[in-house]
Write a protein that binds this ligand. Structure first.
Ligand code: NDP
Length: 447
């Protein structure tokens, strides 16, 4: 059996055994389609059933999360933790609290996380978790009650050397604080069991900024490698959460003009360049909506609906909101408007059709698992600091982060060249991420 036949046979099996899991299937298709040349070169991987094993999570935990709201009513949500692969280190990956969360979404995120974590060069396996709980409109007390109930079950399955969750959509510093406090109470352990912690109890400087900064470091390296840079470029960034805010900050520092941001209701367009202090005040301090921007900056525009953001003419597009936000139609418009670079801050924001359109039109494409690995890389640096009981300065962490992002770009580029796909960073990142995990799995026997 050659590499292509092997990949097709495993894909057929995955489709049959996970028929209703669209997001998971898309993620598996995207990775596996890159790997055929690897199996031609290393047929021993086929014999060892590597792919069949890697597409099956090592463990999936689903649990009830009951809590009482401020009106005294009992609420019930569903909790998830998928421990996907521990070949190169403890499971590591965020928790997402959003009403859209289901097993398919958590599995797609956990699967991607295996290769992303491997790309960082740090010893962390892949996992992901979360709940269909919607934090929007909840009081601090309700958020705390929910987090405590969630941790009352999750704590059995995690630990500093077992599984180390972090934040994701809907889980920021506040939620990590409540989760950590309850873990410590019921386990009596002060250990680095979560990352994204506050600075007073084991958090790392630069973790808040890491995914957004890392995305821009990666993109700048891709641009530099092609004789270009962020300077004087027009940039559209979707989202207005953690990743979008710090991507905007770093892109502006490098001389770009960021003209648009969005949330799940609509987008703002500011032709003069986004005033980030206004956005931070709305989103980080007041937890408000992006539409409030035009109250403070009346020269800007607000439009209902998110997809319209991709109709804005730009040189560089950085999708930083959520999965599937750039479909084929949006990709076509971006290309027609002359976009030169698309780099993914969110996980799987471009559909498979959209990616094809970018590649067919020679758009430089930075795939999520490479471009947004800065967050988890910095989380791994937080784990190191917790183990050593030391804290590095912002500059020390930032230098390491930049170095990691530049290495990810070059390792992905070189893997693409080695396997005959020069210039295809998507294929290169899949192969580079896969190789380390594959070698570790081969060394550890059939487990
Ligand atoms: P946040 O919760 O801080 O922000 C998410 C942003 O995206 C919000 O502005 C939100 O708007 C918007 N959004 C959510 N759903 C939609 C939607 N359906 N349509 C349009 N906008 C939407 O999350 P993060 O910034 O942390 O995460 C953003 C993305 O980056 C996710 O894909 C996440 O998995 C990925 N990522 C995050 C990392 C991290 O370190 N935080 C690390 C690596 C990847 P609203 O407020 O209306 O919900």
């Amino acid at each position: 059996m050659n590499g292509k036949e092997y990949v097709s046979s495993v894909l057929e099996k995955v489709k049959k055994t996970n028929p209703a899991e669209k997001e998971f299937l898309d993620a598996v298709i995207e990775v596996l389609n890159s790997l055929a040349p690897v199996f031609d070169k290393y047929p021993e991987f086929i014999k060892a059933g590597l792919l069949e094993r890697i597409v099956e999570p090592e463990r999936q935990i689903l649990f009830r999360v009951p809590w009482v709201d401020d009106n005294g009513n009992v609420q019930v949500n569903r909790g998830f933790r998928v421990q996907f692969n521990s070949a190169i280190g403890p499971y590591k990956g965020g928790l997402r609290f959003h009403p859209s969360v289901n097993l398919s979404i958590i599995k797609f995120l956990g699967f991607e996380q295996i290769f992303k974590n491997s790309l960082t060069g740090l010893p962390i396996g892949g996992g992901k978790g979360g709940s269909d709980f919607d934090p929007k409109g909840k009081s601090d007390n309700e958020i705390m009650k929910f987090c405590q109930s969630f941790m009352a079950e999750l704590y059995r399955h995690i630990g500093a050397d077992t599984d180390v969750p972090a934040g994701d959509i809907g889980v920021g510093g506040r939620e990590i604080g409540y989760l950590y406090g309850y873990y410590k109470k019921i386990s009596s352990l002060s250990e680095g069991v979560l990352t994204g912690k506050g600075l007073t109890y084991g958090g790392s400087l630069a973790r808040t900024e890491a995914t957004g900064y890392g995305l821009v470091y990666f993109t700048e390296e891709m641009l530099n490698d092609n004789g270009d840079s962020f300077k004087d470029k027009t940039v559209v960034i979707s989202g207005s959460g953690n990743v979008a805010i710090y991507a905007t900050q770093k892109a502006q520092e490098l001389g770009a003009k960021v003209v648009a941001l969005c949330d799940s209701n609509g987008y703002i367009y500011d032709a003069d360049g986004i005033k980030l202090d206004v956005v931070k005040d709305i989103k980080e301090v007041r937890r408000g909506r992006i539409s409030e921007y035009i109250n403070e900056v009346p020269t800007a525009e607000y439009h209902e609906g998110c997809r319209g953001i991709w109709t804005i003419k730009c040189d560089i597009a950085l999708p930083c909101a959520t999965q599937g936000e750039i479909d084929a139609d949006s990709a076509k418009i971006l290309v027609q408007n002359g976009v030169n670079v698309v780099a993914e801050g969110a996980n799987m924001p471009s559909t498979l059709d959209a990616i094809e359109i970018f590649q067919a039109n020679n758009v430089f494409f930075g795939p999520a698992k490479a471009a947004n690995a800065g967050g988890v890389a910095c989380s791994a640096l937080e784990m190191s600091q917790n183990s050593m009981r030391l804290s590095w300065t912002f500059e020390e962490v930032d230098v390491k982060l930049k170095d990691i992002m530049q290495n990810i770009y070059h390792n992905s580029k070189n893997a693409a060249i080695e396997f005959g796909c020069d210039g295809n960073i998507l294929v290169g990142s899949n192969i580079a991420g896969f190789m380390k995990v594959a070698e570790a799995m081969m060394a550890q026997g059939i487990v």
